[in-house]
Write a protein that binds this ligand. Structure first.
Ligand code: SAH
Length: 384
């Protein structure tokens, strides 16, 4: 059979249901429902060879072979943690790799998915920031992470699920890779994909205000916002993006997002750093912000708070507060009527905790390459 060059073949993992239907109708001249069969083969049965898709006719399989491929990320290595957490390093192309983490918990299993190779936002306390930004991940590379984890778990939608939640909280800022992330989330939520309910897919952002509004227009996923400080002075230091979109504007965009979703809650993440943002006055400031948010929405508990004790990484100047300081901060929130769970550190024995994901970012500017060399010279394992 004559085949077109690999590079011109369409990677079907790049398409959501609508895109795949269009590909079948417009490119292949086939009925749209054929796209549904193929989606199930890919995402429910984890099949990547068209010859195995036995409910498609021979002619269609040959046509698919000639025009399409199903290219999934290559597992470079995987590491199970003592606590059941599982981390994959996935090769994205010749020189880049990203990390994906599966975190099982009582009655649920959450996959933490990356959206970019590296990150451009330079949040001061995040290990991904130290590698700089390389590129956006494609839709195939984002949904491919879910595909790899689901295959490993033997996950089948609608049966005893092991993969029940996805959080876009891995490497990168998902709202800086808007279209690919939205398309991948559509496959996560699709019954022909992973069948996750909207509230079980969470997008976490450092606060890209215009894109929060755009997300509200096209999607109903849960929103998490990385706040980390109750005032602009401190937040601008920790999250430089705050200089562009200060807290007031950020909170307003969250109000609009929740209003569009008819009063859904928004989760505010707060990474606790010793002597930086863990003092009582910070807790009180946070309480005020959360109360204002509830008032704007006229809804009790519209603002959820998630406390994340800082996870250290080599070279960082920040420290994790001691348990007493974490409890003190939490208690103040509790007394103001906020539940504020402290996120348990999972998978820290395999560097899989929040803010510890690095992957491999190879072909970047010289400045970044030199930074890596410095890290390595310092005995730091910057590669993986
Ligand atoms: N760019 C997105 C998603 C990636 S980070 C965002 O900023 O939300 C996922 C969460 O981990 C964010 O809340 C981030 O601020 C937090 N985080 C980053 N580094 C951390 C660290 N070293 N310890 C604890 N949490 C960290």
């Amino acid at each position: 059979m004559t085949e077109v060059a690999a590079s011109t073949k369409r990677n079907l993992l790049d398409l959501d249901r609508e895109g795949l239907e269009r590909f079948f109708a417009d490119t292949l001249g086939e009925k749209r429902f054929r796209a549904h069969q193929v989606m199930k083969w890919i995402h429910h049965r984890h099949v990547t060879g068209f010859e195995q898709m036995t409910d498609l006719g021979k002619a269609l399989r040959a046509k698919l072979e000639a025009n399409a491929e199903i290219r999934v990320p290559q597992v470079q290595f995987e590491k199970p943690s003592a606590d059941g957490t599982h981390k994959w390093l996935l090769a994205m192309d010749g020189s880049n790799a990203i990390e994906t983490v599966y975190i099982p918990d009582k009655g649920r299993g959450t996959l933490c998915v990356s959206s970019q190779v590296g990150c451009a936002l330079n949040c001061q306390f995040c290990s991904t920031a130290t590698q700089g930004f390389n590129r956006n991940l494609s839709t195939a590379e984002i949904i491919g992470q879910v595909w790899v984890a689901a295959r490993h778990l033997g996950n089948v939608p609608h049966k005893q699920r092991k993969l029940t939640n996805v959080v876009m909280m891995g490497m990168g800022e998902p709202l800086m890779n808007f279209d690919n992330v939205v398309r991948a989330m559509s496959v996560m939520r699709d019954d022909l994909g992973y069948g996750l309910a909207n509230k079980r897919v969470t997008l976490s952002t450092a606060g890209l205000v215009p894109m929060i509004d755009r997300l509200g227009e096209v999607s109903d996923v849960s929103l998490a916002v990385s706040l980390h400080a109750p005032d602009d002075e401190l937040r601008s230091e920790l999250v430089p993006l705050n200089r562009k979109y200060p807290i007031g504007e950020l909170m307003e965009s969250c109000v609009r997002y929740a209003q569009r979703k008819r009063g859904a809650s928004v989760t505010f993440e707060y990474t606790l750093m010793k002597d930086v943002n863990d003092q009582p006055q910070h807790a009180l400031g946070l309480i005020r912000l959360m109360r204002d948010f509830d008032n704007r929405l006229q809804m009790k508990d519209a603002a959820k708070v998630n406390l994340i004790p800082f996870n250290p990484f080599p070279g960082t100047r920040f420290e994790r507060p001691d348990d007493a300081a974490i409890r003190r901060f939490q208690k103040l929130l509790n007394e103001a009527g906020r539940i504020a769970p402290v996120r348990r550190t999972r998978g820290d024995d395999i560097d899989a905790a929040c803010g510890q994901l690095k992957g491999q970012v190879m072909d970047r500017t010289r400045r970044q390459a030199e930074f890596r060399k410095r890290l390595q010279a310092g005995g730091v394992d910057a590669a993986a």
